[in-house]
Design a protein around this ligand. Structure first.
Ligand code: LLP
Length: 431
């Protein structure tokens, strides 16, 4: 049942949507809606697809995929990628905790992020992580202090802002252009690198970049690598002899609508050519590419409504469950789980009390009725992880499918969870 083993994931079989061998209607009947449902087979297949392309293009270059935990951080997905052989890229103490719980060792972890606290740096060094991607001189000095206090040497990669043009669907997911908050401005890198080389409790082991997300073309990477390679060479010429890692971040795009997916063979071959002879090991930090297409958000139609000549489909999933449409004007394909006849043009909206609460606007879609189930596609990345409790809505359940079995990976929040950390009886402290 379900899709062929070659392309696991979401497919229609005899008029019904399945995730691999499991009918989505069955999942909804058991765990309710809204629900995120992920194909573990698809996650494994995406990992293999990228790793195979890299291995073929760079048999001579040591490399590892460090899954970017922020894309989808439940323990079941993390464990699946750990079993595939991945490491992880984390950006907070919370993600460190998840990674450890999922079984990743310290050396499987790189720690990124523009605003790490002293406490997070301490936890990173205690792990100890493979390296910390440092994004400013201030962070470098703090890390040196924290490492000194612990009596260790901190392995550091400097995150460079290569200051290139990144073409992708939204400004919020570009991170490598001049003036962005991320990374060390290109012209400052050499002085910060010299400082890193001189400080007593850090060792400058690599350079790092991450230029953005949902990038479909090779050019921005080519431009960025073209700027990083000479930096490596200049630093080595200046006596920095400890550099052995190059972390190229994430960013590979997937298909939400009709976009061409990232050409991973082109990417792998381009990277291999750009770094050959540099004598470094590579780290990649893919997030979206590994999980986006493995997941759907399953929602139920609550009502139909006409207003001002417009059709509305009101569902039990809203912007708090899937923020991407309202936050980035992102497109997600929406399909009924059982295909009804006829079509209409409608706004698909949630129950949240904001006009910005939508999953799709002016969408040509199936003529669904209250009670019908909808699948919102390509929701495996940046879906559940960005969900909130806005309007005091419990966050949805996460379900994983493996072949013809399924399991709850994250239980649906209950109403009592919403107030679990709150105090009805305040304990006042005097100032
Ligand atoms: N490495 C770093 C340092 C990152 O900041 C990110 C994503 C990644 C790796 C993974 O990038 P990916 O392979 O997933 O493109 N919430 C947005 C996406 C934000 C991406 C943030 N950084 C969205 O829903 O489109």
């Amino acid at each position: 049942m379900g899709q062929s083993v070659l392309t696991p994931g979401v497919a229609r079989v005899d008029g019904e949507l399945y995730v691999d061998g499991v009918p989505l209607a069955r999942v909804a009947a058991e765990v309710g809606t809204p629900a995120y449902v992920y194909s573990l087979a698809r996650v494994r297949a995406q990992y293999r697809r990228l790793e195979t392309a890299l291995a073929a293009a760079m048999p001579d270059i040591t490399h590892r995929l460090h899954y970017s935990v922020k894309a989808n951080s439940n323990l079941a997905v993390l464990r699946t990628l750990q079993e595939c052989g991945a490491g992880v890229d984390i950006v907070s103490a919370g993600e460190l905790h998840r990674a450890r719980e999922a079984g990743f060792g310290g050396s499987d972890i790189v720690f990124s992020g523009v605003g790490k606290t002293a406490e997070e740096l301490r936890l990173a060094l205690e792990a100890p992580v493979l390296f910390v991607n440092v994004e400013s001189e201030g962070e470098l000095r703090l890390l040196d202090d924290v490492a000194g206090a612990l009596g260790v040497t901190a392995p550091v990669a400097l995150r460079i802002n290569p200051e290139v043009t990144v073409e992708n669907p939204h400004a919020y997911i570009r991170t490598g252009e001049k003036g962005h908050k991320f990374g060390i401005p290109y012209d400052d890198v050499e002085s910060v690198a010299r400082l890193a080389h001189a400080l007593p409790h850090v060792s400058l082991v690599g350079l790092d970049m991450h230029i953005g997300s949902q990038i479909a073309t090779w050019e921005p990477y080519a431009d960025a690598l073209g700027r990083i390679r000479p930096l490596f060479e200049r630093l080595r010429a200046a006596g920095v002899d400890t550099l052995r890692w190059l972390d190229l971040g994430g960013g590979l795009g997937v298909t939400y609508d009709a976009e061409a997916p990232a050409d991973v063979e082109r990417f792998a071959a381009g990277v291999a050519d750009a770094v050959r002879g540099l004598g470094v090991s590579l780290v990649f930090e893919p997030g979206r590419f590994l999980v986006a297409e493995a997941g759907v958000l399953l929602a139920r139609v609550l009502y139909r409504k006409r207003s001002g000549g417009k059709e509305y489909v009101i569902t039990d999933a809203g912007m708090n469950d899937l923020m991407r449409p309202s936050h980035y004007q992102a497109y997600h394909r929406i399909e009924p789980v059982r295909a009804p006849a006829g079509s209409l043009i409608a706004d698909v909206v949630g129950p949240v009390c904001e006009s910005g609460d939508f999953l799709a606007l002016e969408r040509e879609m199936a003529d669904v009725a209250p009670g019908d189930l909808l699948a919102v596609h390509t929701a495996g990345a940046y879906g559940f992880v960005m969900a909130s409790n806005y309007n005091s809505r419990p966050r949805p359940v996460e379900v994983v499918v493996d072949g013809d079995r399924f399991a709850v990976a994250t239980e649906r929040e209950r109403l009592e969870d919403l107030v679990r950390l709150e105090r009805a009886h305040l304990q006042w402290r005097s100032a």
